[in-house]
Design a protein around this ligand. Structure first.
Ligand code: AMP
Ligand code: MG
Length: 318
């Protein structure tokens, strides 16, 4: 199979929705990263997502819905969830909530946990697809497990071109980094993954978030090496070690590197998040020995950027 890439015309959306309802997988753009979508209520489709990505079955998927109304049959919203969904949906915020009693999402979406991660994406193509499909879409990032997330249709083709029938091309993802994941299954709201919505915006509404050690019980996907290029990655680098490519940030990039990709010459963290995965892909070259990353401030979106880079720098066995 070789994926077809289609511009998101009404006709293409209808075709994609028909494929999804028939249990096939479709990759589609969201404002964060591209998703590998399948009908969340179809056990075979969900199994196909895990297989296509090579994703461990213990790492649950995010269920995408159009809005809060579409999420209610899936998960139980408490007062905090209502406040956050009202304020930030549609947008780059995922809520982990208790599964509803008759939750139609197949158990594998939750990796067997009693909770479900739900998000309403803001991207107009994602919204059009959800409306046309009429089912919640389980959609992890459209990359092989552990590798760099896809923020353009060409990245999806490179990662999963032989695993998916159709890729809807929405151009570059505006935010470029995954959603912020907040756990609301217990008394204490927890930050399970920093992401495209700054933590401060959430804490302003529901108070401080706990930052767990991201143990397997909390958020299984946060355990292993993730977001990784093929080359070894070194963070907070100021000088080259061997033939390295530099992922730079700001106007004063250190010199002496064999190649340079500047995430944001003007030192803008939103621009850096937008360019992060494309930059990692661009430097993941056979003629280099490694990728070095310049220090990036850990404020605002910089928290999520540094989280991804730390995980990408982990050895695969960690
Ligand atoms: P991805 O879809 O690849 O961007 O990753 C989804 C993230 O959400 C992973 O870090 C998952 O571990 C996390 N996640 C999804 N569902 C749950 C859940 N039920 N409980 C805790 N974390 C979850
Ligand atoms: Mg992912």
């Amino acid at each position: 199979m070789r994926a077809e890439i289609l511009m998101p015309t009404p006709d293409a959306i209808r075709r994609a929705a028909a494929l999804l309802r028939a249990g096939e997988l479709v990759a589609f753009p969201t404002e964060t990263v591209y998703g590998l979508g399948g009908d969340a209520t179809n056990a075979a489709a969900v199994a196909a997502i895990f297989a296509a990505k090579g994703r461990p079955a213990l790492n649950p998927l995010i269920c995408h819905v159009a809005d809060v109304a579409a999420a209610r049959p899936l998960a139980r919203f408490d007062a905090r969830a209502e406040i956050l969904a009202t304020a930030f949906w549609p947008g780059p915020l995922t809520l982990v909530l208790p599964r509803a009693a008759d939750c139609p999402a197949t158990a594998a979406v939750s990796a067997g946990l009693p909770s479900l991660a739900v998000r309403a994406p803001a991207h107009p193509i994602a919204q059009a697809l959800l409306a046309a499909a009429g089912v919640p879409l389980a959609a992890p990032s459209a990359n092989r497990a552990g590798r760099i997330s896809a923020t353009a249709a060409a990245h999806v083709l490179a990662e999963l071109g032989d695993k998916v029938k159709l890729i809807l091309d929405g151009g570059d993802c505006a935010i470029g980094i995954e959603s912020t994941v907040v756990g609301l299954t217990g008394e204490q709201a927890t930050l399970l993954r920093p992401g495209g919505l700054a933590t401060g915006d959430i804490e302003a509404l529901i108070g401080p978030l706990a930052r767990p050690g991201a143990g397997p019980a909390e958020s299984p996907g946060m355990l292993s090496a993730h977001y990784a290029p093929r080359l070894p990655l070194r963070i907070n680098a100021l000088h080259p070690e061997g033939r390295e490519g530099l992922l730079a940030f700001g106007p004063h990039a250190p010199s002496g590197f064999a190649a340079v990709f500047n995430l944001s010459e003007r030192g803008d963290l939103a621009e850096a998040a937008h360019n992060l995965y494309a930059g990692l892909r661009a430097l993941d070259r056979d003629d280099l020995d490694g990728i070095a990353v310049a220090p990036i401030p850990a404020a605002g979106l910089g928290v999520a950027i540094n989280d991804r880079l730390r995980r990408a720098a982990k050895p695969p066995s960690a």
